[in-house]
Every structure is written in C-alpha cells, then in structure tokens.
Design a protein. Structure first.
Length: 192
C-alpha cells in the first residue's frame, strides 16, 4: 500500500470527508467494473457500488491495514453481492467489451466473421457457458469467476472471501464438475 493511500485512509478514519472522497475516486472505477461483473446490470451494479462505499464509510474505522485497501473493499462488495443474490436468487457475470477472458478466447477460436456458421456456433457456446454459470450456487460461481476469469490464486480467493483454502477448492471442484456435466453436449457435438 502506498504511503499516500495509507495517509488518505488514516485521514478518512479521522473523519476527513475529502480524504474519503479521494479514496472513492481512486478505487471507484475498479469497484464499479467488478460490480458490473457481479450483477450484469447497470442499475444493480450502481446499487452494489453505492452499498459497498456506504458500508466502507461506516466501517472504515475497522480497517486495520492488515491487507490492501482494495482487498478489504472487494471483500465487502463480495459479501454484499452474496447477500443480494440470496435475496434475489439471481446472479450473473458480465464481461466488459474491453476485457478478454479465457471463454472469449475459446469462443473466438470457434467463430470468425468469415464463417457465419462458426460464428453462430461460437455464440451458442458462449450462451451455453453463461447459462451453465447461472446454474451454479452463488459461492461456486463467484469462486469460479475469481479463479478462471480474474486469474486469482486459491489463497487470494480464500482471503477475499474470508474462508479456508479447502473451502475454496471444494467450491471450485464442484463448479468445474457441474460445468463439465452441463457443457458436455457442446463438447461432444464439436467432436462429431
């Protein structure tokens, strides 16, 4: 953590609203991008963003500099997202146009503008992947996304979600098994 960030956090903890506004400015874009990934809906993402920073503001005194500030904010946001999911029973992942994920690379290999049939197959596979992701539990989905879309390590995911590495591995194993089962017809079809 930079000395400047540490100074801003200490000032914000002491009640300096300008320091907190600067923290929001510095971290706001990352929080909003992640909120969009979690919700796949701009209105819900804005709500998640606001709830996250409201909770950060209320609990800033509890930040003890034991982790990076963004890690702490991310953990708060993930917990809020879990709670929202439980309330709404829906959760999805949104890739931004600028982001390239492993699934984009997989589907890009299956489709290109010169071949409309391959392009349609790529679209169908991508839709199937998103549909399969939506059938995972919230915990499985978020762990899978953090590992395979965001490239986070098991240890980092466990820290962010405040659970053991074994729990993360269990969620990840179950997510992969369920996705393999749900997507099996698409892989068998591509082998024919």
């Amino acid at each position: 953590m930079s000395l400047e960030d540490k100074s801003l956090i200490l000032r914000a903890q002491a009640g300096d609203k300008r320091a907190f506004a600067e923290l929001m400015r510095r971290y706001g874009e990352r929080v909003m991008n992640q909120a969009l990934r979690f919700t796949r809906n701009i209105k819900d993402a804005e709500d998640l963003y606001q709830e996250t920073f409201l909770k950060v503001y209320r609990n800033l005194g509890g930040f003890r500099f034991e982790s990076e500030f963004y890690t702490w904010v991310y953990r708060i946001m993930a917990n809020i997202a879990f709670s929202q999911y439980r309330r709404r029973k829906r959760f999805s992942y949104l890739e931004s146009e600028e982001d390239s994920t492993p699934w984009d690379r997989v589907t890009a290999q299956n489709g290109c503008p010169e071949n409309p049939i391959k392009e349609e197959e790529g679209r169908r596979l991508k839709d199937a992947i998103y549909a399969a992701l939506s059938k995972l539990s919230a915990q499985q989905r978020i762990v899978f996304i953090m590992k395979h879309y965001e490239g986070k390590k098991i240890r980092e995911i466990a820290e962010l979600l405040e659970c053991s590495e074994g729990t993360v591995k269990r969620y990840l194993f179950r997510a992969v098994k369920k996705l393999q089962s749900l997507l099996k017809p698409y892989y068998e079809e591509s082998l024919v």
